[in-house]
Ligand binder design. Sequence first.
Ligand code: ADP
Length: 397
Amino acid sequence: MNILVINCGSSSLKYQLINSDSEEVLAKGLCERIGAAGSCLTHKPAGKDQYYVENPMPDHTVAVQMVIDALTDKDHGVVASLSEIGAVGHRIVHGGEKFASSVLITPDVIKAIEEVSDLAPLHNPANLIGIHACEKIMPGVPMVAVFDTAFHQTMPPKAYMYGLPYEYYEKYKVRRYGFHGTSHDYVSKRAAEFLGKKREDLKIIVCHLGNGASISAVMNGKCVDTSMGLTPLEGLIMGTRSGDLDPAILEFIANKEGLTLAEVTNVLNKKSGVQGLSKVSSDFRDLSKAMDEGNELAKITLETYCYRVAKYVGSYVAAMNGVDVIAFTAGIGENDGRVREMVGQYFDYLGASIDPEKNAKRGEEIIISKPGDKVTVVVIPTNEELAIARQTVAIVK
Ligand code: ADP
């Protein structure tokens, strides 16, 4: 069965068409600037030339129609008609406490996603627009919602409660939820398989280090803690997000800079993190280059970033009373050997060390700790689209 995986943002739509039997990606692409001037589609069919077209996309329904047209086009298409698309898997950012796993999309599910939208006001409404657009263009094709938060719903209250008045939880469901769940689930499962073990028998720490970054503690197959919270702002220092900080900083900066709370929150989300601290870039390739050229602030930024990762790893070793496997994944985790090495310098107490030769490899599943180490450190490339396609098939079959 061919599964169309959709990741819909407010002005963009990413897609992949995946054959669920062979797990091959038949085509992937991106619609950008939906609802604005200069909207365009970049479509990459497997084994054929990339196709790029600028075309007005006043809304997501037009974008979905363009995606279907591209997928079924006689030149750059990969299927003959819409009937060869068996189901659609939608990435949904926030499932609140309602969804602990993926579900078939029904009118009730749409209502429930709407109800938790105030927990993710930038993301859930955009995800819903994608669902409605597909409903219009592909009526009758089953759709599945795969939630970023679902895998973390097994966290116990001691991991998800904040030290706030309980009434905020009762009234508004203010608690920690965690994100990147599809990746943490996929990578922890894959790490166990790769090592020839059962995830149920292991204590695994997954470091998802991408532009957004989070860590999770997966004990006996279940998530017991993760670093992101009510929103993706909590936890690690990220590309442009601050991660953890003293909450009193918000008022302090608001007063000093004459900003509203919303403006300070915007700074914490979009102008902080590695970019804000280094004054160089949110991209680790630029940061590393600057450090090599002697930029002291870039060096301090990298050290601060890695120190935060190492502290979270340590706290999850405590939470699980041990660890068997530490897995690195996502853009930085998969590609940046320097970051892995700098984080690994804090693993002595665990009886793990990073092998420089293995750590120099990129883009493959590999053990980067030394033979005989007490804790195994691995790199596992994540694949959220494949994970969404697998869950979609499992539900519609
Ligand atoms: P997201 O999905 O959150 O947008 P990714 O997981 O794709 O992010 O990670 C993107 C980040 O990965 C880039 O911003 C960059 O910092 C980092 N990255 C990508 N390739 C490399 C590389 N070859 N070396 C170092 N860092 C890299």
